[in-house]
Design a binder for this molecule. Structure first.
Ligand code: ADP
Length: 748
């Protein structure tokens, strides 16, 4: 439709499959249809392009229904020898011309994207050759002067430049983390040693992040080989020390492409032998292999693929014939375009950099949070802290929770305890939040007291929603003085933040309260200022998505509408993201309270959908979608049930407290670790200042950011428990477009 070209659009998945590819295909198809463009799925990747025929199939709105939760790629992927040949690509060009397709969204790894780009550059010549052979009409080159290509990276390895996360990497981390958690429990029952090999030939992302997320005791990644040649002895020594401290298992994670400083591979068998010799005990190897690729996509991968697929269509439709092909990725939480081949080339440099032994450069290329994770991991996995540096002032830092329990709270405490002790400070754990502090219920935490906490749900220290009143503040001040607390870390939700704010505010009157205070966002509601994500929200979201998948499956045989109620208090984050990840037709948020007019429109849409042959409808509502709680879930169900008559029945599912429980997701563990590391640095840095600061730490656009604690009331919306700014509200139109129950009307 653009540039005078017909621009039918093709979408394909190629190379190694990755969970989330289906969500990307769904988003491409539905966005294209919404833009009035005909869209074709090319089955079996680039091979399907070469073969043509029924490998190229027109897609409609419903042909991508019910695929969000499926792993792999429903349109198939393949490795194609034929596409590597010019004849193969000529056949591919002919097949595209025959279907009037001259725009392609290619979802694959660097190989597929390179192949697609080559095809694009050859396009005019291929078409001339085909005209010469009489295989296509003479007007074809005029109608399709160029081939527009946009790439999305589908790869579980997270090995590609141009995007912070590739499609599938988060799901692979889920699979690996689940496996290592499972192995850890049997390993510790028998005090065993396990070597776990994970994928990643030139990229240590999966190995590093899974080791960090599971509290593994040693890790080998290609980008940063062991500093010494006798790495085996160094590893054995550390693991022996860990045993002596009471650790019951040894877990060593090895990336597929691990090597020593001279470029010799370090295989899982090498590590096994080294451990058996060094520890004098049996070590077992588990190679995780293809389970890492498989299974249902995580909530994040469904979200990421949906927004990338959506953006890819607009990018490809607006591209001009001379424009460089673009890669669409996510960088620092924003969807970004970058020149495709630049990213491919940079990706291909990495193995060369590693081969040349330029390890510092390799780590630098991976970026700040990768290096930081590696640095943290190397401290956290130690059996004991480093020796305290000379001339340093030991501090007494208190850690506590406030608000409801949130998965990842323990992970944050573990990091704070170990990094704090490692810097020579005393860490005091406050029992049960503010009330515990008032009562003086604190325990001195030691290195091993947090062993195993990385993966534990709930809040071991205990939490409460108690917020101190005026009269409590004097007593709190007394406690802080008595216990000689030099800094306070609050890991919690809204009630914890409010408590921290009140204590901090009191410093103007009360000198004892002139201590640094830092708040780490930990609530499933994701309703805190100063951060785009709070620890626990990703876990809750995955739990909701897993449950809704099951609910949807249960209804397969009947015409049914489900109304699912999720938590979130005054914040609709969980509802919107759960809706996006499960394909809900409608999401109700507290930010846009339900009206009767909405319900009427939705009833009409439901009726039309079921009349068209729909078997299942899903509506997700936030628990406070009606702040007055009058139009509650039961009320909605009754309206839909009555109006649906015999056409469909309606059921409700109020998910309740399962959303707050469970082991933290890999993302929550990684972010909890990262943020807690920064919190300790902040407290230490501020403690000696005459007027120490109070801060709400958070993640904004991929960076760790401090926001003054004094600003808390300014940043909250009046009369509610949610921040004024909610970045994710901008995603509502995409969510609504992709999940609407019926295709948009075609422009006439
Ligand atoms: P990935 O896309 O996951 O990196 P591969 O490297 O196996 O996977 O590439 C997938 C397919 O892309 C190959 O089977 C081949 O058809 C095509 N391809 C890769 N590199 C090229 C190339 N240089 N020229 C043409 N086609 C290529």
């Amino acid at each position: 439709m653009t540039n005078g070209q017909s621009r039918n659009l093709g979408v394909l998945t190629s190379g190694g499959d990755a969970p989330g590819m289906n969500a990307a295909v769904r988003a491409v198809v539905r966005t294209a249809l919404d833009r009035g463009v005909d869209v074709f799925a090319i089955h079996e990747g680039l091979q399907g392009l070469v073969e043509g025929g029924n490998k190229i199939r027109r897609m409609d709105w419903d042909s991508v229904g019910g695929i969000l939760h499926q792993g792999g790629t429903v349109i198939g992927s393949a490795r194609s020898k034929a596409f590597r040949t010019r004849e193969g690509r000529r056949a591919a060009a002919r097949n595209l011309v025959e279907n009037d397709i001259d725009s392609l969204v290619v979802i694959g790894g660097d190989g597929s994207l390179t192949g697609a780009n080559l095809f694009r550059t050859e396009w005019p010549d291929l078409l001339s050759e085909l005209v010469g052979e009489g295989a296509i009409g003479e007007d074809a080159p005029r109608n399709h002067p160029s081939l527009a290509i946009v790439g999305l990276v589908g790869s579980i390895d997270n090995d590609m430049f141009g995007t912070d996360m590739t499609i599938g990497a988060d799901t692979a981390l889920h699979r690996i983390t689940e496996a290592i958690d499972a192995i850890s429990s049997t390993a510790s029952s028998h005090q065993r040693t396990f070597v776990i090999e994970v994928m990643g030939r030139h990229c240590g992302y999966l190995a590093l992040m899974s080791a960090l997320a599971t509290g593994a005791h040693w890790v080998f990644i290609p980008e940063s080989p062991p500093a010494v040649d006798d790495w085996a002895a160094r590893m054995a020594e550390s693991l022996k020390a860990g045993r002596a401290m009471g650790r019951r298992s040894n877990i060593v994670v090895v990336a597929e492409g691990a090597q020593d400083r001279h470029g010799n591979p370090i295989t899982s068998t090498d590590v096994q032998q080294a451990l058996e010799e060094g520890l004098g005990d049996e070590a077992r190897v588990t190679i995780l292999g293809h389970v890492q690729r498989g299974g249902t996509p995580s909530a994040f991968d469904r979200y990421l693929s949906s927004v990338l697929g959506h953006a890819a269509v607009d990018a490809v439709l607006s591209s001009t014939p001379d424009a460089e092909p673009q890669l669409i990725g996510i960088r620092q939480s924003a969807i970004v375009r970058s020149p495709l081949m630049e990213s491919v080339e940079k990706t291909r440099q990495m193995p060369e950099v590693i081969k040349a032994g330029e390890y510092e450069k390799a780590m630098e290329m991976r970026g700040g949070s990768f290096s930081e994770a590696f640095r943290h991991l190397r401290t956290l996995l130690r059996a004991a802290p480093h020796a305290t540096p000379e001339g340093h002032r030991p501090l007494r830092l208190a850690i506590m929770h406030g608000g409801g329990p949130s998965p990842g709270m323990n992970t944050a405490v573990r990091t704070a305890v170990r990094l704090g002790i490692d810097h020579g400070h005393t860490i005091l754990g406050v029992r049960n939040g503010i009330q515990g502090l008032l009562a003086g219920h604190l325990i001195e935490m030691d290195w091993m007291s947090v062993d195993g906490w990385v993966a534990r749900g709930g809040a071991e220290l205990g939490t409460s929603r108690f917020v101190p009143a005026e009269r409590d503040l004097a007593r709190l001040s007394e406690r802080i003085r008595e216990l000689k607390i030099d800094g306070l870390m609050m890991i919690g939700g809204a009630a914890g933040y409010e408590a921290a704010y009140r204590i901090f505010r009191e410093r103007v009157e009360d000198k004892s309260l002139r201590i640094p205070i830092v708040c780490l966002p930990a609530t499933i509601n994701n309703d805190l200022p100063g951060t785009q994500m709070s620890v626990g929200a990703d876990t809750a979201l995955n739990s909701i998505v897993g449950n809704v998948d099951k609910i949807k499956e249960s209804a397969v045989a009947c015409q049914r509408c489900y109304v699912v109620e999720v938590m979130g208090h005054d914040c609709g984050y969980l509802a919107l993201f759960a809706g996006m990840a499960t394909g809900a037709e409608r999401v109700y948020l507290p930010e846009e309270p339900i009206t009767i007019a909405d319900l009427q429109i939705d009833v009409a849409k439901l009726v039309r959908g079921f009349e068209r042959g729909k078997r299942l409808a899903l509506i997700v509502r936030s628990e406070r979608a009606d702040p007055e709680m009058l139009y509650d879930t039961g009320f909605m169900v009754r309206i839909f049930e009555k109006e649906g008559g015999d056409l469909f029945d309606v059921r409700q599912a109020i998910l309740g407290h399962v959303q707050q429980g469970g082991r933290p997701s890999p993302y929550d563990r990684i972010q909890a670790t990262r943020l807690a590391g920064h919190c300790i640095e902040f407290l230490v840095e501020q403690a000696d200042r005459p007027s120490p600061a109070g801060s709400m730490i958070g993640l904004q656009n991929g960076q760790v950011i401090h926001t003054p604690l004094d600003d808390l009331p300014l940043l909250m919306e009046d009369g509610t428990q949610r921040p004024k700014q909610e970045w994710w509200m901008a995603l509502r139109p995409i969510a609504a477009l992709l999940s609407q129950p019926e295709p948009p009307a075609r422009p006439s």
